[in-house]
Design a protein around this ligand. Structure first.
Ligand code: 17E
Ligand code: FE2
Length: 410
């Protein structure tokens, strides 16, 4: 199949051919073979598929059930979720995750890293997510992080639950240092999580310092262990919102270690703009990590949605455009090049974090997975909230849309 007039990643128009589920060739001089199907993309933007690098699928679509988060804090969210956990069943999780995955697919997402709460003696969410990963693999590539929402050292049997979750099939090990009872527990939980990952050959993705406390310094431990255990870019620090509040002298010192460690960062600008700064009067902190400075230092940063309609965030439609839009505003990354390149936060940068390797990207020999947007450049796509016209996964169309028609009558 030949696609003509495609603007791949903002570049001038070209053509590309897909065959047997792979990109076969890319170039402006490609002409149709006899009898070949030709699709004229009319100069529209083609991007590698979107990647949700941080979400909690097990909690999605539960806002208000059984109670709403009234303060809007992370901590009340954790309390609300603890009440909802009692009602978890395989069917409940499957129904909600199937709905959420379809929301994402409609917006061109083909890869999701989900954190799954394992501070639950039944581990039903983990068990169910492992089944869903298999059931959905034709349409969504799901990566699972064993996430100890209520702590590893501060939750009864927390260490064993992490070990059991890895045995059940988690792809990555998590931690939540800022929620542990003490600083000592925080450090010990990180040592435990990274050593478990090193031993079992897993990735790491830590909910790290998601608090406005400038003394929350889990990140330095994550980075030091990533370096010493030689895990490097297998390790990701998510949220790191306390970095917003660190003093600059400390950040300059920390930055050297971060660069040596080569860890990835995931920022969740939509949700952390909502959750952070809640104990401030005025001025209120934004509480989003230092995306601009990390990027300028050559560290890999991607953006995640974090939640869809759950105790931590009462909105969300699975459209990562909202995440990028908020991220650029709150991180003050609104230069022309920043805006044009912003799709990388939810594509190529996220692919590095998820370790997708050669299975990702618009290039000959790679799986023919891509999205076509109703815009010519990412600048326009972002500004106009352009629809994803179609989403192809390994040569198969898995979603399409027809943009709404409207008219101004004067
Ligand atoms: N749990 C947590 O600890 N932090 C979050 N941002 C969410 C769940 C969504
Ligand atoms: Fe999260």
């Amino acid at each position: 199949m030949l696609f003509q007039n495609a603007r791949i990643e903002n570049a001038p128009v070209t053509s590309f051919r897909i065959a047997d589920g792979k990109f076969e060739a890319i170039g402006p001089d490609l002409t149709p073979n006899p009898g070949e199907e030709v699709i004229d993309l009319g100069g529209k933007l083609v991007l590698p598929p979107f990647i949700e690098s941080h979400v909690h699928l097990d909690t999605c679509l539960t806002a208000g059930d059984p109670v709403w988060n009234l303060t809007g804090t992370l901590f009340e969210g954790i309390e609300c979720w603890a009440k909802r956990k009692d009602k978890l069943s395989k069917q409940d999780i499957k129904d909600r995750v199937n709905r959420a995955v379809r929301l994402y697919a409609a917006h061109g997402v083909q890869h999701i890293r989900t954190h799954v709460d394992v501070t639950d003696p039944s581990l039903v969410a983990m068990e169910t997510m492992v089944e869903l990963r298999e059931e959905l693999k034709g349409v969504m590539n799901i990566q699972i992080v064993a996430f100890p929402q209520e702590g590893i050292l501060s939750y009864p049997g927390g260490k064993q639950l992490m070990i059991d979750a890895v045995k059940l099939g988690a792809d990555a090990v998590g931690a939540i240092p800022h929620f542990e009872f003490t600083r000592e527990y925080s450090v010990e939980s990180l040592n435990f999580a990274l050593e478990l990952a090193a031993k079992e050959g897993k990735l790491v993705d830590v909910h790290c310092d998601e608090i406005d406390d400038e003394a929350s310094r889990g990140l330095e431990t994550v980075a030091a262990r990533a370096l010493e255990l030689e895990l490097f870019d297998k390790v990701t620090a998510s949220h790191t919102t306390a970095m917003h509040s660190y003093n600059n002298a400390y950040v300059v010192r920390l930055m050297r270690l971060l660069k040596m460690s080569r860890i990835n960062f995931v920022s969740n600008p939509l949700v952390n703009t909502h959750l952070q700064g809640r104990m401030d009067t005025y001025p209120k902190r934004r509480g989003v990590t230092r995306v601009k400075e990390l990027t300028e230092a050559g560290l890999n940063v991607s953006f995640g949605h974090d939640d869809i309609f759950d105790p931590w965030y009462p909105m969300g439609t699975g459209n990562l455009r909202d995440v990028v839009f908020m991220g650029l505003h709150v991180c003050q990354m609104m230069g022309y090049e920043d805006i044009m390149n912003a799709y990388k936060f939810i594509t190529t940068n996220a692919a590095k974090t998820l370790h997708l390797g050669d299975s990702y990207g618009v290039a000959p020999g790679r799986p023919a997975s891509f999205v076509v947007m109703d815009a010519e450049t990412y600048y326009d796509a972002l500004n106009t909230n352009a629809a994803v016209l179609c989403s192809y996964k390994e040569g198969k169309k898995i979603a399409e849309s027809r943009p709404a028609q409207g008219a101004v009558l004067f």
